[in-house]
Design a protein around this ligand. Structure first.
Ligand SMILES: Nc1ncnc2c1ncn2[C@@H]1O[C@H](COP(=O)(O)OP(=O)(O)OP(=O)(O)O)[C@@H](O)[C@H]1O
Length: 260
């Protein structure tokens, strides 16, 4: 799929007095095999942009380009290919995992959707391989989500996201629901998967440690506008925009209080 690009994208929810301009003229690029962090306070439009990048949220203006091609012009086959090559890891693994289905069933499901002609044995093999990639014991195949720890559930969410061998994955607050002790290992797994599978990530997060662990570049969002874009190391050290400074210092303050 190579590069994923948004050009001057606008998205408004609702109409008239109830209209919310969630995204206002945002442009961004996710280069193949790299991570772009999307940071900004709650309600700044991060999740909306994540869905837009997956072609899952219609836009009012602007373009989504995948490998230089305009998503709006995709025919049926190209659209099916795009869906196969993109996926998402959600904050709450419970949302990605059906409580009534076993882990094996949940990890296999995207294969049933995108590769309906695969033989059952081949499906199982691919799903077990995805579980191994996510460092989840395939011996947990017949377990239900409630029988697993938060970290194991998130690993199942990751296995499900990579089972179709995607190229682009949205990580929407991927560690926010996890204990600190588990976060680092989940981030390690995500980095390892990126290297092994050549994945591109759009990382949505409030957590600057997560940004530092994964992202090369960031886009700072403020009320639906991308106020700053650049290398994360530079942005952290020398933020150009007033809002970025506020965002970074607010995070530092919270952390200090949290520790105090
Ligand atoms: N389906 C929807 N219908 C109406 N308004 C929506 C919808 N989804 C999001 N919004 C509004 O759009 C704005 C951006 O929301 P979005 O969820 O993209 O922000 P966010 O930065 O991801 O926030 P959070 O970090 O809290 O998830 C918010 O004002 C939100 O209330």
């Amino acid at each position: 799929m190579s590069r994923l690009v948004l050009e001057e994208v606008h998205k408004t929810y609702g109409r008239g007095r109830n209209a919310v301009e969630a995204v206002r003229g945002v442009s961004l690029t996710v280069e193949p095999g790299t991570t772009l962090g999307l940071i900004g306070e709650s309600g700044s439009g991060k999740s909306t942009l994540g869905r837009i990048c997956l072609g899952a949220e219609p836009i009012d203006r602007g373009r989504l380009l995948a490998g230089g091609e305009d998503f709006a012009r995709f025919g049926r086959e190209r659209l099916a290919e795009f869906r196969r090559k993109t996926s998402i890891v959600l904050q709450e693994p419970e949302l990605a995992l059906n409580p009534r289905r076993t882990l094996g069933q949940s990890v296999t499901e995207p294969l049933e959707v995108h590769f309906p002609r695969l033989a059952p044995a081949e499906r199982r093999e691919r799903a077990e391989h995805a579980m191994e990639l996510a460092h989840l014991d395939p011996g947990l195949w017949d377990r239900y989500p409630r029988e697993l720890s938060g970290g194991q559930q998130q690993r199942a969410g990751i296995a499900r996201a990579v089972v179709t061998e995607p190229e682009f994955v949205v990580l929407d607050e991927p560690t926010a629901s996890l204990d600190l002790s588990v976060r680092g290992r989940i981030l390690d797994t995500m980095r390892e998967l990126q290297d092994r599978l050549g994945l591109s990530y759009l990382l949505i997060t409030h957590d600057m440690a997560t940004v530092s662990a994964l992202a090369e570049r960031v886009v700072v969002l403020y009320k639906g506008v991308a106020v700053e874009t650049g290398e994360w190391r530079r942005v952290r050290r020398d933020p150009e925009h007033e809002y970025t400074r506020t965002l970074l210092s607010a995070v530092l303050t919270v952390r200090r209080h949290g520790r105090g």
